[in-house]
Design a protein around this ligand. Sequence first.
Ligand code: MTE
Length: 387
Amino acid sequence: MISRREFVFGASATIGAVAAVRPLLRWGPDESPAIPGKHGMIVRSLRFLDLEMPVEYANSFITPVEHFFVRNHMHEPSTLDPGVWRLSIDGEVEKPLTLTLAELTKLEQHTVTNTLECAGNGRAFAVPHVPGVQWEKGAVGTARFSGPRLRYLLERAGMRPTSKHVMFRGLDEVPGKVPPFIRSIPIEKATDGDTLVALRINGAALTKHHGFPARALVPGWIGAASCKWLTEIKVLNKEFEGNFMSPGYRMPNHPVKPGEAVKVEDTHPATALNVKSLIASPRERMSVRSRVIHVQGAAWAGEADIAKVEVSTDSGATWQPTQLGKERSRYAWRLWSYYWKAPKPGSYTIMSRATDTQGRMQPDSVQWNPSGYLINVVDRVQIHVQS
Ligand code: MTE
């Protein structure tokens, strides 16, 4: 558990100092400045902390917190006293509740191993360019989240027939005129037995970057659904109307041509994640001595399961099945591995492609959309096999 002093002063002071001396927005993993609790991350933004996981860490079923990506739309809360922090549950309910952290901790705790992915992961591959954080492959990670079921809290507050959506508000510090990060999820997902008010990540208290002391955990859905630094849960009779529901986080109803504008009435909210795979090793532009190459990575599919992951070493002409890892959990990625013998020295492109239990398969090319959401093109790395 981090101390209150660390929470209040530690991370933000260090980040502020680094930003002052080096105002760039992107570093490679080896040059990343010291960010307490994080290691070897790719810095996408320091103004609002956005950290990407280097793709080689997608070789572990559970992502250590120090490698777990961070996505913040605004400033993390600079002061938050867990002793005075409260979570309120109100709106379309019979008995509004206010709970302390100690009270939440005493409730039955449920654990969900979930692959959390930012809707914008892969946006950097959109052509033409789309605005937003230029995530490449690593705005994703898998962790064990624990806490009381949201359903239990909603039942205690007493849902009404008019309860249709559940809104989350966090304690982010909103800069200037930026609208607050408030979103809602449908009541069916909110009352699913795996949707949590998570207090813990990988067996320890949530860290500041991941929403201490409590966050929503909406498994299988885009990361934006899982509101951090949760302070208010409000039951609504309709979807929340606000910037981060519309125009934010919406997908076109139909495929669009790259660069085409889409009217908001032709869109719907992004919810569950796409089927997707990543090659964790070998790494891009690696030069290898051995002709036998261990290709490995991870694949996930939101609310669906992974059916298979295939690898191609001939530009997609043929695909070979990979071995799926034994560790599995609903909503969590599957590790996969494949041994390939390069026929001769030279340069090769290795590709990975996942298919899920809903029959969805990763596409060969980027499915462009104006915000670069849910991009799940087959993964590719180029390597050189030495003579
Ligand atoms: N919750 C709050 N309060 N503020 C935010 O900016 N970002 C969301 C979500 N929850 C966000 C938030 C987005 S876009 C993502 S992808 C996930 O948090 C990232 O969670 P992580 O930073 O723990 O990886």
